[in-house]
Design a protein. Structure first.
Ligand code: GLU
Length: 510
């Protein structure tokens, strides 16, 4: 056991878009596999045909790729245990279900949906909850209660199931790497369906255990919502005689809503106006849900943020590359408590990552936006220079256009508040004088121009704040923005003077 090769799997069901909680499960599996030099498998669990959603499987592949989570064995990659889609492994499972019947750990059940509904109602009328289990199974329609002949006859007809025979009143002792020892008495558990003859398919529990065994999975890392299934899974391993090689388990904490109350749900995205999916999801029925990618997140920022939702290597550092995450990751440092999702923090990560991108990389994006959205053609050099002036203020690449547009387009409107405060007759007069000073300036380089202008302001006893605000209004349309001398340098003397002249002509002093 100790020296066993690490083999983990991410086993999503393609029932819709992959929620960020699912992406985090995939990420932790991936980090764990890479940290231990093991294998990361992607298995699609699609045995519940009623819940199958077209496009969901491709969405899972695309999401993992976007995050940089590479798969070693899977549907697209192949591998020694192919196929990796459970619906294509159909033939495998019956044999195992039958094995459990033969060893007395499972039985055939023939109850119709109506019979079960009636049993449920009857129990309800007695203020009890119906459970198919030790207390009720002998009064229901199954191979334990019926004669051999009757059972053989009923097996000829479709519609039977195989149910696990839950042991009576037994303590199941389990271990979880994150949660420690867990003990559950089987009296709280029922006889789960393992196999359905109607579609010749196993249910999740059977397929999951059989595949984890056949695929030699060493560790099962999955969401906390699967803890209630753990006793059954332990008992299934025992019933098959596989306890010695059963995987170790680690159940991850929930991702909580921003307020910290309750699980972050798929609907929370719409409710709070932030994405809960990695990529935009266009559902088959026409619904569109936002994605981190489309909202302008860098995959590295998204992955970094997700990695820290429930795990922390200790210390102050918050920015980690994928390689750093791999080298630091350990299940022991995953917390038991739910991790509260914060959209503000997600944005903070993106801001940090945007700053690490080169001016040229972002300049390319800006150049394209200017051309496509504004019909303005600029060189890459110009776009990169513009980016360098405002990079610190941007969170998303899409911010680059509004943050720089005034560098490429003279303002046509002027902010009323700025004008009413900083555009008095005296300000206009002083701005005219500044324009004359600029016109005569031997250099328009930001350092020299700034130093010379400061000196000129002092000599002429002019208020730096007032003159600069008037200049900003003329150049940018509002009394705000980054270093004004850097902007003047970018625009050049001619454009700077023309904007000042136009503002003086068009805005009446107040
Ligand atoms: N198919 C299950 C899911 O959708 C997998 C659970 C597990 O990892 O065992 O989450």
């Amino acid at each position: 056991m100790e020296n066993r090769e690490v083999r983990v799997r991410f086993a999503p069901s393609p029932t819709g878009a992959l929620h960020i909680g699912g992406v985090r499960t995939a990420l932790y599996n991936y980090l764990f596999a890479r940290h231990h030099g093991g294998k990361f498998l992607l298995r699609i669990e699609d045995t519940d045909s009623h819940r199958f959603v077209p496009g969901a499987e491709q969405y899972i592949f695309d999401s993992l790729k976007w995050c940089g989570i590479s798969v070693d064995e899977g549907i697209e990659e192949g591998g020694p245990h192919a196929p990796y889609r459970q619906s294509e492994r159909k033939e495998i499972y019956f044999k195992y279900a039958k094995q459990l019947v033969d060893s007395g750990n499972a039985y055939y059940a023939f109850d119709s949906a109506e019979d079960l509904e009636k049993a449920r109602k009857d129990a309800e009328s007695r203020k009890e909850i119906f459970a198919y289990g030790p207390a009720t199974r002998m009064s229901l329609c199954n191979s334990l209660a019926l004669s051999q002949e009757e059972t053989a006859k009923r097996l000829q007809e479709k519609g039977w199931t195989i149910r696990f025979k839950m042991p009576e009143n037994e303590d199941v002792e389990m271990d979880d790497i994150i949660r420690g020892h867990i003990k559950v008495n089987t009296s709280t558990l029922d006889d789960k369906v393992l196999y359905k003859s109607a579609d010749e398919l196993p249910t999740y529990h059977l397929a999951n255990i059989v595949d984890d065994h056949l695929m030699e999975i060493s560790h099962v890392i999955r969401g906390e919502e699967w803890i209630p299934s753990l006793p059954l899974h332990y008992l299934l391993y025992r019933a098959f005689g596989w306890s010695d090689t059963q995987p170790q388990f680690a159940h991850l904490p929930l991702l909580l809503k921003p307020q910290g109350q309750g699980k972050l749900s798929k609907r929370d995205g719409d409710k709070f106006g932030f994405p809960v999916f990695p990529l935009q999801w266009n559902s088959p029925d026409g619904e569109v849900a936002m994605g981190y990618r489309e909202e302008g997140y860098f995959p590295e920022a998204f992955v970094n943020m997700l990695a820290l939702l429930g795990w922390n290597p200790g210390g102050e550092q918050e920015i980690f590359s994928m390689d750093e995450l791999i080298s630091l990751f350990s299940l022991e440092k995953v917390s038991k408590a739910g991790a509260r999702f914060s959209f503000e923090k997600a944005k903070w990560f993106n801001t940090q990552y945007l700053r690490t991108k080169s001016d040229e990389f972002l300049g390319e994006i800006l150049k394209k936006m200017l051309s496509e959205k504004k019909g303005i053609e600029v060189t890459l050099e110009r776009a990169a220079k513009a980016v360098s002036l405002i990079k610190e203020r941007a969170t998303f690449p899409s911010d680059l256009l509004p943050l720089t547009i005034y560098l490429f387009e003279a303002p046509t409107e002027y902010d009323a508040k700025s004008v009413s405060k900083s555009w008095k007759a005296e300000d206009v007069e002083n701005l005219k004088r500044l324009a004359d000073f600029f016109a005569a300036a031997p250099s328009f380089g930001k350092e020299q121009n700034s130093a010379a202008t400061h000196e000129w302001l002092t000599e002429n006893n002019l208020s730096m704040g007032r003159v600069m605000n008037a200049l900003r209004i003329a150049i940018l349309g509002a009394a705000q923005g980054p270093d004004i001398f850097a902007i003047c340098e970018f625009l050049g003397k001619e454009e700077t003077l023309s904007r000042i002249a136009r503002a003086i002509d068009t805005i009446p002093a107040n």
